[in-house]
Design a protein around this ligand. Structure first.
Ligand code: SF4
Ligand code: SF4
Length: 449
């Protein structure tokens, strides 16, 4: 194994949760269960403009057929996860915002035939970068670590910003979540293939596979598979949240700092893709396979049969929980990890591209927040060097301008500050509220100009 001294970590802040709750599912291979009878495919489940429905009630669709077309460059196509009939185009709740979003409701015909030309080997060796990018765009690939930024955009760095390092993010630093760990063990060679394709698209010679040290079997698998590949290295990472955040990962591996004030990884010659996204990019380029399914960890002390599963996008979350068994006393459902995920008010929701985990917990009591005692722990924990206590106080007071001066817009909502706060202050919720208010004010000002 790689010596401990090779371990990379980000320089400032972060937390190390006492129990990461991964042991219950990390040894469970990804399972494919019977598909649902119906799915609801949301038109807005990515960063950017929502897609426009291109089917209507009564239409027959094939597996992988386009049902929502990207609107503009920063947007993403959405596809039918199985063949069937469109029952309706109507709103459903989007788990990230809680808002109603247009969805295409499809009932399965049980046939499972792919639309013509899809899921077929492509002539990749003769493709140029533009053709590969176009396949990624066509297949609706977005960041599957939760960010959901359209991948074709990330594969198009600005002119004059060459990429020197492509980093595959296998940190999976959020507690409970184990899907990337399983993908790294079960699809090692395909992830490396995806990395090489990404390196070809952006004309880059150095690749990294970054994995936290709590996944020694995955580190071992990649070290074995990468023997004789001098341009691609495995980077073992210290076990510290938020090691998998893009900025922290880049600094840990290259020592470069993404500029504050809206800087991009490309500004420091880096491109980062999550493990699952790399596979989706690979499948889009190699097979012209649209993104219609994703790996999901379903776990928590409120779930009877925890595990890792491949699920169709649009599957109803309530049905998934019923299938796995909900234990008495379960009273909290989080989509995503416990640090950055969102607790849901209902589980009658469709699974979206960004959902990597469903965590069900029992007997959760919401602690009452108290006044700040100025202990400074949140400041120590903030990986960005912000002042979370001050930010929460200014937001509580509605002093948005003061919050702006405290760089509220730099906050990545990682949750480290709230995790360590002994007063259980709702720091992240207050910061989110402040950001929404500042963006609302900005829009209003732009309209008035
Ligand atoms: S949520 Fe924001 S303020 Fe809190 S630790 Fe993370 S980056 Fe810092
Ligand atoms: S950790 Fe909580 S109590 Fe301590 S300074 Fe920060 S906000 Fe205040």
């Amino acid at each position: 194994m790689t010596p401990q001294t090779d371990t990379k970590r980000f320089p400032r802040g972060g937390v190390h949760p006492k129990d990461d709750f991964k042991a219950r599912t990390s040894g469970k291979p990804l399972a494919r269960m019977a598909p649902p009878a119906q799915v609801a495919v949301l038109m807005a489940q990515h960063i950017g403009a929502s897609a426009t429905p291109v089917v209507q009630r009564g239409d027959k669709v094939k597996k992988g057929q386009l049902v929502g077309e990207a609107r503009g460059f920063i947007s993403a196509n959405v596809h039918a996860p199985f063949s069937g009939v469109v029952k309706a185009v109507e709103p459903r709740i989007f788990s990230v915002t809680g808002a109603l979003v247009e969805a295409v409701i499809i009932e399965s015909d049980g046939e499972g035939a792919w639309a013509e030309g899809l899921n077929q080997p492509q002539r990749v060796e003769s493709m140029d970068a533009a053709q590969m990018r176009s396949l990624v765009h066509e297949c609706g690939v977005v960041g599957l670590g939760g960010a959901t930024f359209p991948s074709h955009v990330k594969l198009s760095p600005p002119a004059g910003s060459p990429i020197s390092d492509v980093i595959i993010n296998g940190a999976e630093c959020e507690p409970y979540v184990t899907v990337d760990h399983r993908l790294m063990l079960e699809r090692t060679d395909q992830i490396i293939d995806g990395l090489k394709l990404i390196m070809r698209v952006v004309d880059c010679e150095t690749g990294w596979v970054a994995i936290e040290r709590n996944k020694p079997d995955a580190i071992e698998a990649f070290e074995q598979a990468l023997r004789g590949e001098p341009n691609i290295r495995v980077a073992p990472l210290s076990v510290r949240y938020p090691q998998g955040a893009e900025q922290q990962l880049i600094t840990a591996i290259t020592g470069r700092e993404v500029p504050s004030g809206g800087g991009l990884p490309a500004d420091v010659a880096c491109l980062v893709h999550n493990v699952a996204t790399t596979l989706a990019i690979r499948d889009a380029i190699r097979l012209r396979r649209p993104l219609i399914e994703r790996a999901v960890t379903i776990t928590g002390d409120g779930i009877e049969n925890a595990g890792n599963f491949i699920e169709l996008i649009g599957t109803n979350v309530a049905d998934l929980l019923e299938r796995q068994g909900v234990r008495p006393g379960a009273n909290q459902v989080i989509l995503g990890g416990p640090m950055m995920g969102i607790a849901q008010g209902t589980v009658d929701l469709p699974l979206v591209k960004g959902n990597n985990a469903i965590i069900v917990r029992r007997d959760v009591e919401a602690p009452l927040p108290r006044a700040c005692i100025r202990c400074g722990r949140c400041v120590e924990a903030c990986p960005l060097g912000l002042l979370p206590a001050e930010l929460s106080i200014t937001c509580e007071a509605g002093d948005w301008e003061a919050a702006r001066r405290l760089d509220i817009l730099e906050c990545k909502e990682c949750g480290c500050c709230a995790y360590v706060c002994p007063a259980r202050r709702r720091i992240v919720q207050l910061i989110k509220q402040g950001k929404v208010e500042l963006r609302r004010q900005k829009k209003k000002l732009e309209k008035e100009k």
